[in-house]
Structures are given as structure tokens and as C-alpha cells.
Design a protein around this ligand. Structure first.
Ligand SMILES: *Cc1c(COP(=O)(O)O)cnc(C)c1O
Length: 393
């Protein structure tokens, strides 16, 4: 039955498990452990736990399992493993499958912590990492080698909103048997079809749109049963990056409204990008959903939306950007995204502060660049707020 359900139905019902009380809302099984009827039963469960049998919350928990199943059915993934944060998902997916001597090719434009894992952590353990301009297929072709084990990129890069051609990169990677790992936060679970397009593994920071109301940190790794159960689970359950049952419960509730929220946010993002075209205080309006974006056609083909984030390059560099941030009345200065509340970030001095000026420039992070995550407030109020703050720059 579940297979025929459309996304919104899956987001409300998939994965639900009811206890004997028949509760309407999912229960939080806020328990570390589970008891067994006998010593023999404990032994049997350690030999082979059945599908809904649990041992210890670091390995799995009924509330966490509900969350995993719900997001897996919406993504069309065979299985999922929920994690303590988005970075536990990114680092877990990569570290679980890589070993010393392996080669990885990654896009250069990445979320700061993803870059740290690839540049500083994996290399420390003998993994070789090559970086490419993710939008340039010739660079992917040149960098992928017969011994490449994985490629990694953000479908839509944070914060520059470059869009990467999943089918084309996946073809190059699959030719050498490499696993395609995609961080899909900016494309969002609502619009993305990353697995269908050729990704083998999709990771999300569920801190973002899935929670959607700024409460809990979480992440999820999605892929084949084989990858999740044989590669990810043994690594994650012993290294400790498990999602808390409380987080899983909050984020199950987040999944119920995810489609409604993200579509409203994306509609506001498009309206804002349209309203700001040609604004005299802007060097650039970057939004994959607008025809002015260099990969607009690709974004429409693969994602069908520009997502919920708009990047603006403000005239006057950092001073202009700071004046803009300080002039906003509704939009809040913070470094989160995907929230019900609209949020603005200045990447050069916050999320990407640690990088050198040359490194920032190579990623397109100019001093005037700001990242605007549209919330679910009234679209006209948001356009008015951004416009009044820009006019005052
Ligand atoms: C936020 C984010 C992460 C990290 O997620 P956390 O939940 O903060 O650990 C990883 N990748 C992208 C693209 C992100 O936006």
C-alpha cells in the first residue's frame, strides 16, 4: 500500500508504529535499553536482531526507526540510518566506506565542515582527496581515476548555489566503480530526486528543512540496504553518532509538514529573486530557480525548483553586506537555514571564516555575498523587508 502513496501521504504516515495504547501521535521511546524475556532471548537478539527488535539506543530505537523509514520511503531509498547531526551523517557515510590508500574526488564549493572532513580528517588517515570545480565536467573526468572509491558533492553548493549535474558525474564515477555520495541539503528532500538521478548515497542535515523550526540537530544517511546495513550501521553503532529518540520524534513531526513548508519557502525565494533583479545595490542575485542563474536549465531539469535559499552579492563589499544585515527587521541574523523563520548569513565572516581569502575567492565567496534562507512568513513582508534594508545600504 505504502508504495502507491504520494509524498505528502508518506510524510504523514510512513514508518508509524503504534504501541498497545493505540496513540495517534508517534510515541517517544525515550529509553536507552530494552529488556528480554529470558537469557536465551537476549542471546538470540545479539546473534541476529529481527526487523523491529532493539538492543541499545546507539544501535537503534523504535522512534528513530520510524524517522528512518519515513524519510527513506519519501526518498525512494531502500534504507536509512539516522545520525546525531548532519556532520555525523557526512563524516559517517565517508569514513564508514573509506580506508587508507583510497582516492576521493570532491567538489571544491562545500559547506565549511564538509570541507574540513575531506581536507583535514580523511587525509590524516591516508585517504587522498582531489578537489574540482563541481560545475566543470572536464575537471571531474580528469580527476576520477581507476582507483577512485568515492565522489562527494553538494547538489546545490552552500553558499554559492552552484548546481552539479548528478547524472553526468555519476556516469563518470560509475565507470570506475566509485560510490556517488551527495549532500542534498540545499536541493531539499522535497524537490530532490538524487537517488533516481544516479547518486548511490544521499546525506542530509535534518537540522535544516526537516526539523524546520530551529530545535534539534540531526542527520540521515540514505542508500541501499546493503550499504546501510553492512557498511554504515557497523561503523555508526560502534562510533556513537546515533540520533536521540527525542530528536527523532521532533523530526518525525517536522516531516509531516515538510512538503508544505518547503514549497512555501521556495515560492517566496523565487518571488524575492524576481523582485530584486536589477536592484542598484546588488552586484548579483543568485537563485537557481531564476533564468539568470548559469545552471538554471540544469536546476529545473534535475530539481524542478531553485530551493529555499537566495544568495545576494551586495554592492560595497563587507561594509555594504553588514549594513544590509543590520538593516533587516524581520529576517534574523543567524547561520542556520531551512527554518520557518527567515535567516540571513554573511558566509565570509561566519560559516566560511576559517578559509583564506584566496580559498574564499576560488569558491565564489565574495566579501559582499550574503545567504538568505527564506522562511514561511508572508512573501510580501519578506520582499519589503529585504528591499528597505537594501535601499539603506
Ligand atoms: C548544515 C549543513 C551540514 C551540517 O549539518 P549539521 O546538522 O549542522 O551537522 C552539512 N552540509 C550542508 C550542506 C549543510 O547545510
Amino acid at each position: 500500500m505504502t508504495e502507491n502513496w504520494k509524498t505528502r501521504t508518506r510524510l504523514v504516515h510512513a514508518g508509524s508504529r503504534r504501541s498497545g495504547w493505540g496513540e495517534l501521535s508517534e510515541a517517544i521511546f525515550l529509553t536507552q535499553g530494552f529488556v528480554y524475556d529470558s537469557a536465551e532471548a537476549a542471546e538470540a537478539r545479539f546473534v541476529q536482531a529481527g526487523p523491529d527488535e532493539y538492543i541499545y539506543a546507539r544501535y537503534g530505537n523504535p522512534t528513530v526507526r520510524m524517522f528512518e523509514e519515513r524519510i527513506a520511503t519519501m526518498e525512494g531509498a531502500e534504507d536509512a540510518f539516522a545520525t546525531a547531526s548532519g556532520m555525523a551523517a557526512v563524516s559517517g557515510a565517508l569514513t564508514a566506506m573509506l580506508r587508507a590508500g583510497d582516492h576521493v574526488v570532491a567538489a571544491r564549493a562545500l559547506f565549511g565542515s564538509c570541507l574540513y572532513v575531506l581536507e583535514e580528517v580523511l587525509t590524516r588517515y591516508g585517504v587522498e582527496v582531489s578537489f574540482v570545480d563541481g560545475t566543470d565536467l572536464a575537471q571531474w573526468r580528469a580527476a576520477i581515476r581507476p582507483d577512485t572509491k568515492a565522489v562527494f558533492f553538494e547538489t546545490v553548493a552552500n553558499p554559492t548555489l552552484e548546481v552539479i549535474d548528478i547524472p553526468a558525474v555519476a556516469r563518470l564515477a560509475h565507470d570506475v566503480g566509485a560510490t556517488v555520495v551527495v549532500d542534498n541539503v540545499f536541493a531539499t528532500p522535497v524537490f530532490s530526486r538524487a537517488l533516481e538521478l544516479g547518486a548511490d548515497v544521499v546525506v542530509y542535515s535534518s537540522t535544516k528543512h526537516i526539523d524546520g523550526q530551529g530545535r534539534t540537530l540531526g542527520g540521515v544517511i540514505l542508500g541501499s540496504c546493503e550499504f546501510i546495513r553492512k557498511t554504515v550501521e557497523p561503523y555508526m553503532k560502534h562510533t556513537g553518532g546515533a540520533m536521540s529518540p527525542f530528536t527523532a520524534w521532533v523530526q518525525l513531526k517536522g516531516l509531516e509538514t515538510l512538503d508544505l513548508r518547503v514549497r512555501a519557502q521556495a515560492a517566496s525565494a523565487l518571488a524575492l529573486a524576481e523582485a530584486l533583479q536589477g536592484h542598484p545595490k546588488l552586484e548579483r542575485v543568485v537563485y537557481p530557480g531564476h533564468p539568470s542563474h548559469p545552471q538554471h536549465a540544469l536546476a529545473m531539469r534535475d530539481i524542478g525548483s531553485g530551493g529555499t535559499v537566495v544568495a545576494l552579492d551586495i554592492a560595497g563589499g563587507q561594509a555594504g553586506a553588514f549594513r544590509f544585515l543590520n538593516g533587516l527587521e524581520i529576517v534574523l541574523i543567524s547561520n542556520n537555514l531551512g527554518d520557518a523563520k527567515s535567516i540571513v548569513t554573511h558566509p565570509a565572516t561566519t560559516t566560511h571564516q576559517r578559509l583564506s581569502d584566496e580559498h574564499k575567492a576560488s569558491m565564489g565567496i565574495t566579501p559582499g555575498l550574503v545567504r538568505l534562507s527564506l522562511g514561511i512568513e508572508d512573501t510580501d513582508d519578506l520582499i519589503d523587508d529585504v528591499t528597505q534594508a537594501l535601499n539603506a545600504v
